[in-house]
Design a protein around this ligand. Sequence first.
Ligand SMILES: N[C@@H](CCC(=O)N[C@@H](CS)C(=O)NCC(=O)O)C(=O)O
Length: 227
Amino acid sequence: MIELIQFAWSPFCLVQRRILEFAATPFKCVNIPCGDRSLVWRLSRHRYYAVPLLKDGRSVVFETDEDSQVIAKYLDNQLGLGLFPRHWAGVQNLLWRAIEMEIEALAFKLNDVYYREFVPAAEQLGFLRHKERKFGTGCIDQWRTGQRQLLRDLERRLIPYEQMLADRPFLLDDRPRFVDFDLFGMLANFLYSGHYALPKAHTRLNSWYRRLATLEHSTLPSEELHP
Ligand SMILES: N[C@@H](CCC(=O)N[C@@H](CS)C(=O)NCC(=O)O)C(=O)O
């Protein structure tokens, strides 16, 4: 059975988890402590320490750079999900960079404000230290103080995605592509603490999110392989 090695709240893990659920393939999430990457380190034979990492029998799959999308492409190939059709190549790359930089940068800060509610007590020191080493002393307090502005920024940065849904059910097409799952994962991270909702003004995005949250590939009409 496929195993997804993860932190439950990680935006990048939430992308892969939703893809696996969409595929309706049997899989198991293995949550590791955020301060102990030894399982990832061991499985990757000392080549990787981030999450997610995917184990599928003897295959161990992980990213090779910030933009590689190796895990999603692997799942797409194995499970035939149509997430990376040739006619959207390039466009999807540009979009996932924007999603993972501009949306993720706000989503994780807003969620981290509530880290004491979802990071196990024994891991909170390591979590805070990791964040402060990366973003500076007091960063989470600053994000808490700036919460309203971060929410306004998120609403504004989501406008193009709301616009993309004006005349089609998914961001690019009449069926979900990788960028739909990518944006979904960033927003699922934003919503993880349970303290937020998607901006009300973005009505199409709200309904897209609800649809994508439970959608299964088998319910979509079949697609020609080489359109
Ligand atoms: N581009 C990678 C990014 C993965 C990533 O940044 N994961 C975070 C957790 S959300 C991580 O483990 N970072 C390394 C660290 O925290 O030391 C992907 O798409 O999977």
